[in-house]
Design a binder for this molecule. Structure first.
Ligand code: DGY
Length: 318
């Protein structure tokens, strides 16, 4: 039986070219999630699925006869029911490492944009409001020398901490697993409990996986622990933050600002966020550099092919 793969959404040609000619490919060259019935129908008869985070891979999908591998083109895999995949013997893979630095770049970009009010400044100039140099125009917050609190000290969290070091920041982190002494030394990072991190940090940046334990980790109680001058950055997963509580925190100035790349019900945005000047919004693009998106797609293809060839996946989900 020839090997066969469904690619459920757009994937760069650089990555598709890695697929040998004798592998049958059904390619859906679209950005839109496939209607569920079409998706289930087109998956029939395929051993491999390469998909994006917009596809919900639940038990019904995983029950497709003959399906061997779900290759998710993302480091996060909360769109996949991993427990169901394990039960059904379907391998699940993700795309770690290749996007670490790009995602950290963007988290730091949001941090800087929010602190220095870059988006407000742009709007001000474009609206023709700039009539004269003004002493007290768009004052922001310093970044250098401040305290950076990293929640989730995995690959991306550490890469953001490294950027903070370059700005002379003091780094605090919170994770369920303590980093080894060498990593703490290299990043001059101190492990603290979550409440201490929230109380002491000028910038709180989220880099946790989404799990039942981290859903709404940032909520009314934890937002109220943060400094009034603090800025929250989320380039992890939207539901880690209770968006309704964040809207109140930003409107009532419990905290100074936020930079968000991810949202609770993407692509819907809580309507209360849109009129606020003290939040910088982005459409889930932290890993979106051309090079990195090609590297992610290529790794996803390699993972899928490895499993179809009976080899271990390069980056299986633990
Ligand atoms: C990821 O890799 O998890 C991103 O959020 C999607 O690009």
């Amino acid at each position: 039986m020839p090997k066969s793969i469904l690619i459920s959404n757009v994937l760069p040609s650089e990555a598709r070219q890695l697929i040998p000619a004798d592998v049958k490919v059904d390619y859906n060259d679209s950005e839109q999630p496939m209607p569920r019935a079409d998706f289930l129908r087109r998956l029939q008869g395929n051993e491999g699925l390469i998909c994006h985070i917009i596809s919900a891979i639940d038990d019904e999908v995983l029950a497709t006869p003959g399906l061997k591998v779900v290759s998710n083109v993302a480091v996060g895999y909360n769109n996949v029911d991993v427990a169901a995949a394990r039960k059904r013997g379907v391998v699940v893979t993700n795309t770690p490492d290749v996007l670490t630095e790009t995602t950290a770049d963007f988290a730091f970009t949001l941090l800087m944009a929010a602190a220095r009010r870059v988006v407000e400044a742009d709007r001000y100039v474009r609206a023709g409001q700039w009539k004269t140099w003004k002493w007290d125009l768009l004052w922001g917050a310093d970044i250098h020398g401040k305290t950076l609190g990293v929640v989730g000290f995995g690959r991306i969290g550490r890469a953001v901490a490294r950027r903070g070091l370059g700005f002379g920041m003091r780094v605090l982190y919170h994770d369920t697993v303590r980093a080894d002494a060498a990593a703490e030394r290299e990043l001059n990072a101190t492990a603290v409990d979550m409440d201490t991190l929230l109380r002491q940090s000028d910038f709180v940046t989220l880099h946790t996986l989404l799990s039942p334990d981290t859903r709404h980790l940032i909520n009314e109680r934890t937002l109220r622990l943060m400094k009034k001058t603090a800025v929250l950055i989320n380039a992890a997963r939207g539901p880690v933050v209770d968006e309704a509580a964040l809207v109140r925190a930003l409107s009532e100035k419990w905290i100074a600002g936020a930079g968000l790349d991810v949202f609770e019900e993407e692509p819907k945005i809580h309507p209360g966020l849109l009129p606020l000047d003290n939040v910088t919004l982005a459409p889930h693009i932290a890993s979106a550099s051309g090079d990195t998106r090609i590297a992610m797609a290529s790794l996803a293809v390699r993972n899928c092919l490895a499993v179809l060839e009976g080899k271990p996946a390069l980056t299986p989900v633990a």
